[in-house]
Design a protein around this ligand. Structure first.
Ligand SMILES: *Cc1c(COP(=O)(O)O)cnc(C)c1O
Length: 359
């Protein structure tokens, strides 16, 4: 049996998207490919809020997250940390052999713009990493306030992960002054895993040109050179690019503003349901993610029994990430969810919780 995923990634993929992936292969140096690649750039740039190119990387997000460090770091990277993915980015920087500092908050607490300002004012850093939406604990930092701080430090290149938020709310790269904005395919974009998208500013590209040891596979300079010819450095995952084209058409048909509003509405619907049951949001009030809800398991529900029961209804939610396993549960509302699909999930949750003795 197959289940519909309400875990925050990978998420459910539509039939239309899956069908798009089954089109015939084309040569990645062919004029057909160039036409495909170039045809999706304008819509991608709209979603990213940028005039810069959006490179396509055949990797999951971690490929370009590690790659960004290798392209940009000469002195020291500062990693803003408030959950599992941002904590990991520091680990990755250290594994790459970079000098790395951390700006730590508790999981579920947003990145503090003022603390960031103070840390960057030391002058020790030339790169900063930020996870906008910490999927692990459902915490969304204030990208507008943080970007304002980052703009005060033009010599520090900003790398912002929007894996679980881009396309679900407005994030305007150029207006915010973000240097590198990246996302993956299997979360907010509702594509299967395996593709990453990354937009790199001119300033970041200039920095990369002066950095040695960039390697090949994730080299920004290679991406740019190939982009200018309408191609990717190596053979890309062409099925994902078909899927991406199809998905960008979906975005357009719905309208981005409507898409943003739908995410906000469904997110609140799940929240209202949980609050009525007596659950509380795990992240700090006002910093809950718009694409998922991470609830504290305040009613001490047996979460593995809950998921077992839910599976009988054909659904799966998440029982907590890493050290939050059992203590929190996460419900995604990203991608193609509708009032109807969320209502169906909540109805099933009601039934299963009832069986477990929660009213
Ligand atoms: C899932 C996720 C990642 C990692 O993505 P992979 O596809 O596993 O490389 C990074 N950042 C955030 C915010 C995520 O949610």
């Amino acid at each position: 049996m197959s289940y519909k995923l309400f875990i925050p990634g990978p998420i459910a993929v539509s039939e239309k998207t899956l069908r798009a992936m089954t089109q015939s292969m084309i040569g990645h140096r062919s004029t057909d490919f160039v036409a495909l690649y170039q045809s999706i750039q304008p819509d991608l740039q709209t979603v990213f809020g940028t005039k810069d190119p959006v490179y396509l990387s055949t990797s999951s997000a971690w490929g370009v997250m590690e790659g960004s460090l290798r392209n940009l770091t000469k002195k020291k990277v500062l990693c803003c940390m408030n959950g599992a993915f941002s904590d990991k980015w520091l680990d990755v920087a250290q594994r790459c052999g970079f000098s790395a500092g951390s700006l730590k908050s508790e999981w579920g607490q947003p990145v503090d713009p003022e603390a960031l300002r103070q840390e960057l004012a030391t002058g020790a850093y030339d790169v900063v990493t930020l996870i906008h939406n910490e999927t692990s604990c459902g915490c969304m930092s204030d990208i507008v306030a943080i970007s304002a701080v980052l703009r005060e430090f033009p010599d520090v290149i900003s790398v912002v992960d929007t894996v679980s938020s881009l396309s679900a709310m407005p994030i305007k790269k150029d207006e915010l002054g973000i240097d590198v904005l990246l996302t993956g395919s299997q979360k907010a974009f509702a594509l299967p895993p395996g593709l990453a998208m990354i937009s790199v500013s001119q300033r970041a590209l200039e920095r990369a040109k002066t950095v040695t040891g960039r390697g090949y596979y994730f080299d920004f300079v290679e991406f740019q050179k190939n982009h200018e010819a309408g191609m990717t450095p190596s053979t890309p995952t062409i099925p994902h690019i078909y899927a991406l084209k199809s998905k960008l058409e979906d975005f357009k048909a719905e309208g981005l503003e409507n898409r943003y509003a739908r995410h906000a509405r469904l997110n609140k619907k799940v929240q209202d349901w949980a609050f009525a049951k007596g659950f509380k949001l795990f992240p700090k009030e006002g910093y809950g993610s718009v694409t998922l809800n991470c609830f504290a398991n305040t009613l001490n529900v047996d979460l593995s029994a809950l998921n077992k029961g839910l599976k009988k209804h054909g659904f799966v939610i998440d029982g907590g990430y890493g050290k939050l396993k059992g203590l929190t549960f996460r419900i995604s509302n990203m991608g193609d969810e509708t009032d109807e699909t969320i209502a169906a999930l909540l109805k099933a949750l009601d039934a299963v919780l009832g069986e477990l003795g929660v009213k």
